[in-house]
Design a binder for this molecule. Structure first.
Ligand code: IMP
Length: 182
């Protein structure tokens, strides 16, 4: 595997991610064997994870997306988020499974869960590829978690730094000088 020159360390290889996604899909398929879930992907970061997860699920699913305004600098985030792209169909009475790339402070997810709750969903659950528990500011229920990561800014497999590195097939930490240049 070719490693990008800006990468300091690969935290999760493509094989580890694939195994984690398959394990999660197996659990989800069991839990939703009698209900068709609507997978709600949170743009842009969850796109790669969602596309692998949905193909690993041997059950009927529907797929939709939401997009929030980005915080810019997460460390100084006030937690104010705005809905930039809403769902394209009603989820009233539906079994919604939110698909997130990473849960950091939990603020984005809390907004989304409150928002979906108010639409009268039949059930609501969360599947997150990555969990960074050390940074949590608000409690959010995570039903399915792929991997826990340390308190470091990670990129790859959908996750970006300044819109770059989303296409890396692994999850990695960048060299400190790359973060400083931004
Ligand atoms: P939260 O609201 O602080 O939990 O942040 C959630 C969003 O911030 C995620 O969906 C990501 O888009 C972004 N984010 C948080 N941590 C990272 C990271 O380490 N790398 C890339 N994006 C991140």
């Amino acid at each position: 595997m070719t490693i990008h020159p800006d990468v300091k360390e690969v935290l999760l290889t493509p094989e580890q991610i694939r195994d984690g996604v398959n394990r999660m899909a197996e659990r989800i398929a069991g839990d939703y064997r009698d209900r068709e879930p609507v997978l709600v992907g949170v743009l842009d970061g969850a796109v790669v994870f969602l596309s692998d997860l949905m193909r690993a699920l041997p059950i009927p699913v529907r797929v939709d997306f939401v997009k929030w305004s980005s915080y810019g600098d997460h460390s100084t985030s006030s937690g104010e988020v705005q809905l930039l792209k809403d769902l394209s169909f009603s989820v009233e009475g539906k079994h919604v499974l939110v698909v997130e790339d990473i849960v950091d402070t939990g603020l984005t997810l809390r907004y989304l869960l409150e928002n979906l709750e108010s639409r009268g969903v039949a059930s609501l659950a969360v599947a997150a590829l990555l969990d960074k528990p050390s940074r949590r500011k608000v409690r959010v229920p995570l039903d399915y978690v792929g991997f826990q990561v340390p308190d470091e800014f990670v990129v790859g497999y959908g996750l970006d730094f300044a819109q770059h590195y989303r296409n890396l097939p692994y999850v990695a930490v960048l060299k400190p000088e790359v973060y400083r240049q931004a």
